[in-house]
Design a binder for this molecule. Structure first.
Ligand SMILES: NC(=O)c1ccc[n+]([C@@H]2O[C@H](COP(=O)([O-])OP(=O)(O)OC[C@H]3O[C@@H](n4cnc5c(N)ncnc54)[C@H](OP(=O)(O)O)[C@@H]3O)[C@@H](O)[C@H]2O)c1
Length: 239
């Protein structure tokens, strides 16, 4: 087999960074999407793995950035095996109920990154993925996108953007599943990451631990012809 090769979006910190570390330790070639160049971890990792890791500037909310990233990756490899759409954002005003002012511009931003971002990335990188052997499309969604199980009274932008992502993935699955692609739609658990701007120490899991569960599911050979919203404990969530 050719050297297994992956692209991860939003790899500066949090789950995306931990996934990059794990794949590198397993000998994968990794293209890591960098959104936050002033955050040093990814550049340090690139010095540790000069032959395996390539850092690529990538803002999934802008098609010109996604296309430039694709050109940078295509200059270095003729294929990608696994795409991990991990980049995601949440809002400071998420907790506002409908009796408080909603920040609609912020909701647009969340939709643009969380729902449309992965679609842009799939569109741009599909030719490289077509030439890969594993053909795995992985999407970090959230329990917050499950309509059936929602008990929240706010968080409109985040929940709606993840529900929209789930629908996008279903449509991709309908089209690309018969073309040999395997899909992983995933809720990673409540992680001590940086989504709220600083590390959330109250959460359940370090991203390093969450990445082990995530990678096991992304690379698992079970149920390869199905699309389910699966969590880190292997439980299926209703859409
Ligand atoms: N944390 C949780 O408990 C939890 C639970 C369920 C699902 N998730 C999902 O897990 C994924 C990873 O989140 P995380 O918890 O690891 O959060 P994180 O630490 O904030 O990591 C997300 C990464 O994506 C980057 N990013 C933001 N906007 C971007 C853009 N336009 N283009 C490319 N990258 C961008 C972030 O940069 P900045 O730091 O500059 O924003 C950050 O490096 C997200 O999709 C999130 O929705 C998280």
């Amino acid at each position: 087999m050719m050297q297994p090769t992956a692209l991860i979006t939003g790899a500066d910190r949090g789950l995306g960074f931990a996934l990059a570390v794990d794949l590198l330790e397993q000998g994968w070639r990794v293209f890591a999407g960098q959104y936050l160049p002033e955050w040093p971890a990814l550049s340090q990792l690139a010095r540790q793995y000069p032959d395996l890791l390539q850092v690529v500037a990538l803002d999934v909310s802008r098609m010109d950035s996604v296309q430039a990233a694709e050109q940078a990756v295509a200059a270095a490899t003729d294929h990608l095996d696994v795409l991990i759409n991990n980049a995601g954002v949440i809002s400071d005003t998420a907790e506002h109920t409908i009796r408080q002012a909603q920040d609609y511009a912020e909701m647009h931003r969340l939709y643009d990154v969380n729902a449309l971002g992965p679609l842009r990335v799939v569109e741009a990188f599909l030719p490289l993925l077509d030439r890969g052997q594993l053909k795995r499309l992985c999407f970090v969604s959230s329990e917050a996108g499950s309509i059936k199980r929602s008990r929240r009274i706010a968080w409109y932008g985040y929940c709606m953007s993840k529900a929209a992502l789930n629908m996008a993935v279903k449509n991709l699955f309908n089209y690309l599943g018969p073309q040999g692609y395997i899909f992983r739609l995933y809720h990673p658990g409540w992680m001590r990451t940086y989504m709220s701007g600083q590390k959330n120490e109250a959460a359940d899991m370090e991203p390093d631990d969450a990445a082990v569960f995530a990678l096991a599911y992304f690379l698992s050979e079970q149920d390869e012809d199905e699309l389910v919203l699966c969590d880190y404990q292997g439980q299926e969530w209703e859409w």
